[in-house]
Design a protein around this ligand. Structure first.
Ligand SMILES: NC(=O)c1ccc[n+]([C@@H]2O[C@H](COP(=O)([O-])OP(=O)(O)OC[C@H]3O[C@@H](n4cnc5c(N)ncnc54)[C@H](O)[C@@H]3O)[C@@H](O)[C@H]2O)c1
Length: 461
């Protein structure tokens, strides 16, 4: 299952050979560890157009809390901020340490001239961004009454996704649309950290609203209970570990056949094991009964595949996929909201897949079930927040190194691994970190989002 090609290209002869042959050049990604929790380098804060002064002030405040030192700018103003001028953004590569992160505030871009500022701001610095560094572009919501603003703001998506495809060296590029910087603090901290190593080419909307800052940003889920379905192994196991790291009491749910692994994991994490088949008609009621104290975070991770082309797919390969991946997600969500088990301030994170967004040959059942998850999230999110104070979001993993993908035939597996901007598969922990950001108490303004954890896969990009 190990990615031998990635190890090979990490050596000098490997680098030489693959460059000569024009083969993909994956960079070893820098992920979070307790010893190295922050990116290595500085933060360069650039501005294009004229942002709202309150937003700009709030943003400077939030960025000062990311743990990244401001870059020394050759030109421009305070704290590494290079402020846009009347005619455009200031230019000039930063002096000193290469920036590990560049934040471009383009919320004030309202026309094509403003897009010129985006070019002027990033063109001189993009080369200097450190390996495994981050470019985060900030945009505004599209203005329905101003088609010039809407055109310019939509243009930022094409810009972000194109830069993500060319930037290389393990660097990522994402766009966040926001109107209030403090509501986006958990999102900016996540994107500007090693936790988002495999998230690139994404557009994330953060609503206005009050964010509840945790008492301790290192243990934001302290005092909260999280339930993860399908947690005995694979991505679910990593999600359970990550939520426990963040302070949650984790309930490890899996089928009775996986009881041994579920119990061992729960014990390691100081959590609880709960064995039941999530497709049982009364699964929601049984979960509610097992959690008399209530639940804060519900992670729908359990999933199965039964691949076959539609012409060869009997109903008994169709229905289990629909039952596990979609019907049980709908049923248990309804039951846990209706019973009040999910408390106000709660979080639901469902697991979609890029196969549900782009489609995949041999996966009409799986693709349909995962697209259904996206529909569930988009429809329920505003109502769940208004009626229950609970957010609903989805992660959509791409190629993740697990037993599921280890079972794919070699050549298809190798293509799946390389066909993304980072030229490698993701790890279960990458999905787990994105899930933990959604689950964060300060992510209350992140709702109805479907975020791909796919290294900017070419599938459906
Ligand atoms: N691995 C990938 O590349 C990838 C890509 C996209 C999406 N996903 C999705 O991520 C999720 C986790 O995938 P994984 O690769 O870790 O899978 P996995 O097969 O390794 O683990 C799935 C877990 O779910 C449990 N499970 C299955 N049916 C269940 C049921 N009826 N009740 C309770 N538990 C049940 C299994 O016992 C297992 O422990 C799935 O929803 C999957 O569709 C994975």
């Amino acid at each position: 299952m190990a990615d031998r090609y990635l190890s090979f290209t990490g050596t000098a002869p490997g680098r030489f050979l693959t460059r000569r042959l024009g083969l993909p050049q994956p960079a070893a990604l820098r992920r979070w560890s307790p010893e190295r929790p922050a990116l290595d380098g500085t933060l360069l804060h650039l501005v294009a157009g004229k942002p709202d002064p309150d937003l700009a002030a709030g943003l400077a405040d939030v960025l000062s809390r990311t743990g990244l030192r401001p870059a020394d700018a050759q030109t421009g103003g305070v704290m590494g901020t290079q402020t846009g001028t009347a005619t455009g953004a200031s230019a000039g590569a930063p002096a000193g340490t290469p920036p590990a992160a560049v934040v471009l505030d383009a919320t004030g871009v309202r026309d094509v001239a403003g897009l010129g500022d985006v070019h002027a701001a990033l063109h001189p610095v993009v080369r200097s961004v450190a390996a495994s560094g981050r470019v985060v572009v900030l945009g505004a919501p599209l203005d329905a009454a101003d088609h010039h603003q809407a055109a310019a703001q939509q243009a930022l998506e094409g810009f972000t996704r194109s830069l993500g495809k060319e930037i290389g060296r393990g660097r990522t590029v994402n766009l966040v649309r926001l109107t209030d910087a403090s509501a986006a603090e958990s999102t900016l901290r996540f994107l500007l950290s090693p936790k988002s190593a495999y998230v690139s080419g994404q557009v994330i909307h953060v609503d206005a609203g009050t964010a509840t800052a945790p008492e301790d940003w290192d243990r934001p889920l302290a005092g909260r209970t999280a339930l993860v379905t399908g947690a005995a192994r694979g991505i679910g196991e990593a999600v359970a570990q990550t939520l426990a790291r963040d302070g949650a009491h984790v309930v490890v749910l899996d089928v009775p056949a996986a009881e041994k692994d579920a119990r061992a994991l729960a014990e390691r994490l100081g959590g609880t094991a709960l064995t039941l088949d999530i497709t049982a008609a009364d699964a929601g009621e049984r979960i509610a009964a097992a959690l008399p104290g209530g639940l804060d975070v519900l992670i729908h991770n359990a999933g199965v595949t039964r691949d076959r082309r539609l012409v060869n797919m009997p109903a008994d390969r169709w229905s289990p996929v629909m039952e596990v991946n979609l019907a049980s997600v709908l049923r248990t969500t309804d039951a846990l909201l209706a019973s009040g088990t999910l408390r106000p301030g709660g979080r639901i994170v469902a697991t979609a897949s890029i196969a549900g967004l782009a489609g995949n040959a041999g996966q009409t059942n799986y693709g349909a079930s995962k697209a259904g998850v996206v529909g569930l999230v988009r429809s329920l999110a505003p109502r769940a927040l208004a009626e229950h104070g609970v957010t609903v979001n989805a992660v959509a993993p791409g190629f993740i190194e697990t037993r599921m993908t280890a079972a794919i035939p070699l050549f298809i597996r190798e293509a799946g691994r390389r066909m993304n901007s980072l030229a490698q598969g993701g790890l279960p922990v990458d999905v787990a970190e994105t899930t933990a950001w959604f689950a964060h108490p300060a992510s209350g303004a992140v709702n109805g989002q479907v975020v791909r954890v796919c290294g900017q896969s070419l599938l459906g990009a």
